[in-house]
Design a protein around this ligand. Structure first.
Ligand SMILES: C[S@@+](CC[C@H](N)C(=O)[O-])C[C@H]1O[C@@H](n2cnc3c(N)ncnc32)[C@H](O)[C@@H]1O
Length: 288
């Protein structure tokens, strides 16, 4: 597969892209909503790679790692349409319209995003809009961060005799959070919070107020599944302090539950031959 430069796109390019008019009589193209997984390109599915290679146009998010962007064919126009906190390259509603417009011009589009498109990825919204316009759409699932990052951190989401289940929670909402903290605290199983870094104190306080013990093991996984992955472990009561003291950066997941302690024995990524991690880091540098 070619390691090539991508066509990075400032917002102005996206605006230009938007003015293209649908051509009369043209058969609409198809849209693939593709999950890129949490960063390691080797976690891409075979189907995702096939779609990347065959699409006429690629629209990608910020959580699609540089190593994955390097797999985009040089001849395929690729545009950044991502969102980072308080900096959205394009509002979601406009992006939905853009997908429809572009498909109506006959282009086959790979719309690729971090993790899985249906897990806190707004893939459902994009698919609904496309279906409303009669555009053919297919979903290619990806490894969601909760699965990928905990695996690379040596934390099993479930473990016989320790945790019988797992709940994925977003700590970010457009309006109200609406989390039932009492039920979460009573589940006695693994809790994984996405987009929770800036709310670590609130998560810790709400769970304790709802009855979860402050000494419940907790972990922060920064840049999971990437060569620079960092795992910070501690207890629920000190979550905010850990974020502050260790200067944990986004993207990061918060994992709460007894399974976190298993990382002491199950961590395998830190011990991956340093050669292997160094060569991945070098690859990353070369492609940055
Ligand atoms: C908008 S959500 C997208 C989730 C994605 N659709 C998925 O299935 O993983 C973004 C959040 O996912 C989590 N995340 C995604 N990739 C991650 C990674 N490599 N390491 C740690 N957290 C990650 C972080 O909590 C981040 O703020």
């Amino acid at each position: 597969m070619p390691a090539t430069d991508i066509v990075t796109s400032p917002v102005t390019d996206i605006v230009k892209l938007k003015v293209a008019k649908p051509l009369a009589g043209i058969k609409p193209g198809k849209v693939w909503l593709v999950g890129a997984g949490p960063g390691d390109p080797e976690l891409l599915t075979v189907k995702a790679v096939r779609v990347i290679e065959r699409a006429d146009m690629i629209l990608f998010d910020n959580l699609v790692s540089q190593e994955i962007r390097n797999l985009f064919p040089a001849s395929t126009p690729a545009f950044y349409v991502g969102k980072i906190k308080d900096a959205h390259s394009i509002p979601q509603a406009e992006l939905n319209e853009l997908l429809v417009e572009k498909a109506q011009t006959g282009l086959n589009i790979c719309r690729i995003k971090g993790g899985d498109p249906f897990v806190f990825g707004r893939g459902g919204e994009e698919m609904l809009r496309l279906k409303q316009s009669g555009i053919d759409v297919e979903l290619v699932p990806g490894v969601t961060a909760a699965a990928g990052c905990t695996s690379y951190a040596g934390i099993p989401l479930t473990h016989r005799g320790v945790s019988q289940g797992c709940t994925l929670v977003t700590a970010h909402a457009e309006k109200e959070l609406g989390i039932n903290w009492a039920s979460l605290a009573q589940m006695d199983h693994t809790l994984v919070f996405y987009m929770g870094l800036s709310k670590a104190g609130m998560i810790s306080q709400k769970l304790q107020a709802a009855g979860l013990s402050g000494d419940t093991p907790a972990a922060l996984i920064e840049n999971g599944c990437c060569p620079q992955q960092r795992v910070v472990r501690g207890q629920l009561h000190e979550l905010a302090e850990l974020v502050e003291r260790e200067a944990v950066q986004s993207p990061a997941l918060i994992v709460v539950g007894q399974v976190v302690n298993l990382a002491e024995q199950l961590d395998w990524f830190t011990n991956l031959s340093s050669e292997e991690i160094t060569s991945r880091k070098q690859l990353q540098k070369l492609s940055a």
